[in-house]
Design a protein around this ligand. Structure first.
Ligand SMILES: Nc1ncnc2c1ncn2[C@@H]1O[C@H](COP(=O)(O)OP(=O)(O)OP(=O)(O)O)[C@@H](O)[C@H]1O
Ligand SMILES: [Mg+2]
Length: 419
């Protein structure tokens, strides 16, 4: 089509155009259900212990003394990012009223996945909080130079708290090491507190010894939400819907389903929001349990897709191997050995290196941690002894369709496995 200007119809021809429908009958403040919406502190519920734990880390900083370092672990949607940001924001405000120069920065390593990007983001955020503008270049310098800018900027402050979110996505642990040693090594006089966040249980084990020893961390574990907590979280967003539109059973049902499947607040909100959308699309006048059933099916598929797309290729191949076994054999679960053999073939067909069996077992445990699979010891047969058996908890086709970025690749791997 040529790049012609878009024609605008005569308003007289647009009387009653459905595009003009505001569709407000179901939703009133839809933004409360948007992914990325940050609830006001009075809408954060069910995390008081976790909030207290992060407060304990940062409380010294509020008074101009050294804050603690900590690593927050927990499954996706358990409120880690929300709580860390919320407490840090409050700490900064209170420090100000105490006349403490408090700086903070937040870096999400999903987006800033190299040390250079992360260091640049930290330095530029602090630059924006500083009275005189340094102007830090966007390109052309490396992580050490960005860190030097950062040290220079925080030097005039009393305390600097940095949240490093999704830290397992970062290409190394250097930044943790540098930040935890900055004061000791004379780079700055400012007290630095690091709050690292990860949803990978094995992240701590992977940290190098030198980081572990200098990063004297406190480990905070955020558990998935139970049905009562999810009900409270959803109740606080009830005003996303027009009054009287939500049937009474809807929120308890969404909470129960989400608690049973994963305890993920993001997904629970997502299910509630899609239930509203389904109702709205059908032109129905209220949101009912039947809408939740439909919404929940969509949500389950998209959750699996999202988790797969955020995982590493090796981790995906391990999951693929399990899904493949489910489609080709009738057993309810499979041993690590069986999965490993298929995994090896997938790697060969993809031209990737083959990880050790122990490592693949760790990857499989990670999938279980995210409720995509389940693993348990089984009795085995008379002569076999007990062994660990893995079971996929979702439709294998969803996995098989999402592991590779094209259908052709999937077919290639399939044919190599069948030979
Ligand atoms: N306690 C809570 N009260 C109210 N809303 C919450 C609560 N916990 C989570 N939420 C909602 O769920 C969303 C997801 O939470 P958050 O981003 O903190 O999860 P996370 O643990 O960091 O997950 P991930 O590991 O995927 O990054 C938040 O943006 C917020 O809207
Ligand atoms: Mg997060």
């Amino acid at each position: 089509m040529p790049n012609d200007p878009i024609p605008t119809p005569d308003p007289a021809d647009l009387e009653g155009d459905p595009l003009n429908d505001q569709n407000t009958s179901i939703f009133e403040r839809r933004e409360l259900l948007r992914i990325g919406h940050v609830p006001a502190s009075d809408r954060i519920v069910g995390r008081s212990e976790e909030i207290n734990a992060v407060e304990s880390l940062l409380r010294p900083g509020v008074h101009g003394t050294p804050p603690g370092n900590g690593i927050i672990y927990g499954k996706t949607g358990s409120g880690k990012s929300l709580v860390a940001r919320h407490v840090t924001g409050r700490a900064q405000a209170i420090a100000k009223s105490n006349d403490v120069e408090f700086r903070s920065a937040y870096v999400d390593c999903e987006q800033s996945d190299t040390i250079t990007r992360a260091a640049r983001s930290l330095a530029q955020q602090v630059e924006r909080q500083s009275p005189d503008n340094t102007h830090i270049p966007d390109t052309g310098i490396g992580s050490s130079e960005y860190m030097n800018y950062l040290y220079e900027l925080i030097d005039s402050a009393d305390v600097f708290v940095v949240i490093i979110d999704e830290i397992d996505k970062l290409d190394g642990d250097d930044i943790l090491f540098k930040l935890s040693r900055a004061e000791e090594s004379g780079k700055t006089d400012c007290y630095i507190g690091v709050v690292a966040i990860s949803n990978k249980i094995e992240y701590y084990d992977r940290l190098g010894e030198r980081v572990k020893s200098s990063f004297q961390d406190e480990e905070l574990v955020f558990h998935p939400y139970d049905a009562d907590q999810l009900r409270d979280i959803l109740d606080k967003r009830r005003d996303a819907f027009a009054p009287g539109i939500l049937e009474d059973a809807v929120i308890p049902k969404v909470a129960a389903v989400a608690a049973q499947e994963h305890g993920d607040a993001r997904k629970a909100i997502d299910i509630l929001s899609s239930a509203g959308e389904v109702a709205s699309r059908n032109g129905d006048e209220s949101v009912t349990e039947a809408h939740v059933d439909v919404a929940q099916e969509y949500a389950a598929v998209s959750r699996v897709q999202e988790i797969i797309s955020g995982s590493t290729p090796q981790s995906r191949y391990a999951l693929f191997a399990l899904a493949y076994l489910h489609t080709t054999k009738t057993a309810g679960g499979f041993s690590t050995g069986e999965i490993y053999r298929v995994y090896e073939s997938v790697c060969r067909s993809e031209g990737m290196n083959v990880l050790s069996r122990q490592r693949v077992l760790e990857l499989l445990k990670e999938w279980a941690f995210n409720d995509i699979t389940e693993n348990k010891y089984t009795g085995g047969g008379m002569s076999e002894g007990s062994y660990r058996e893995h079971t996929l908890l979702h439709d294998p086709e969803i996995v098989l369709d999402n592991v590779f970025d094209s259908n052709k690749k999937k077919q290639d791997v399939y044919s190599s496995l069948q030979n």
